[in-house]
Design a protein around this ligand. Sequence first.
Ligand code: NAD
Length: 312
Amino acid sequence: MSKVLVTGGAGFIGSNLVNRLVQNSKDVVIFDNEFRGSFNNISDKKVQLVKGDITKPEDWECLPKGITSIFHMGAINGTKFFYEIPERVLEVNVKGVINMLEYAIKNNVGEVLFASSSEVYGIPSRFPTGETEILKIPDPLNPRYSYSGSKIIGELFCINYGRKYGLKNTIVRYHNVYGPKMGNEHVIPQLIRKLVRKEEFVLEGDGTETRSFCYIDDAVEATLIAGRDKSVKDRIFNIGNPEEVSISSLAQQLIQISGVKVVPKYRPKEMAGTKRRVPDITKIRSLGYTPKVFLKEGLRITYDWYAKHYSS
Ligand SMILES: NC(=O)c1ccc[n+]([C@@H]2O[C@H](COP(=O)([O-])OP(=O)(O)OC[C@H]3O[C@@H](n4cnc5c(N)ncnc54)[C@H](O)[C@@H]3O)[C@@H](O)[C@H]2O)c1
């Protein structure tokens, strides 16, 4: 039986992925230090939980033998951390991927999938943005780009180690994945908190910025499709939903779901990022992926979960 390792498997995408892998009868091991995720997110008792730090080679030694593939989700994610601890973001995300690759090579793992990000496109020049867009760091002095820098380096390590050591590797670039238990450091849970707790409803920016949000179940499905595929040679895939929405429209949709009567206020962003973010998903679509959850439906599910969370 194949044994699958999910680093960062206690986190948002990782725990949902683990649940799907278990449903597909996979033998699953999670490696996580619970920096942000929690082993409480995992209900299935068959899943083996290993608490450890991906930056420490000795912690990788604690993993059970016989792992046949790795989903590398372990990383520091969450915008707040990019500003507060950029040096640690770089350390965890870069050392983590190097240790993962070293482990895979030493233990004949064979297949790895690396969780990258839409942030590698920096401020893109084309919309929707395809995988061939140039990767860039718009401003190395802005700590925000510690994260995208770490993901660009991670991709390069996967590609070049893969080539040298015959490791099948897949890179997925997630675009704003959302859903229950996504953490509190993203725009959707932040707006829901303001509505539930009746806090001042202030949005950063002028509301015209756009993003494309991908519901967690769709992201997991796309991840499995990308990992399974053997036909595509250049194995880099955008994962997202091309439904583009302005931040003011997102806020209006959440206001409507909440039933709260409030008029959003806007405040200039301290450090502006890209005005638009919308993925071209032609490549992953060609493998059979279709996003199934429309924003309206996904927001309702997410709102209901966070409304309970923030009112308790
Ligand atoms: N959620 C998104 O929209 C999104 C978008 C682009 C890319 N990604 C990438 O996808 C992956 C999963 O993202 P997520 O949203 O589930 O984030 P998350 O923060 O919920 O999950 C990351 C997990 O990594 C763990 N971790 C952090 N530092 C660690 C360390 N030193 N050792 C071991 N484990 C450690 C955390 O505890 C957490 O459980 C990440 O690599 C992230 O960068 C996510």
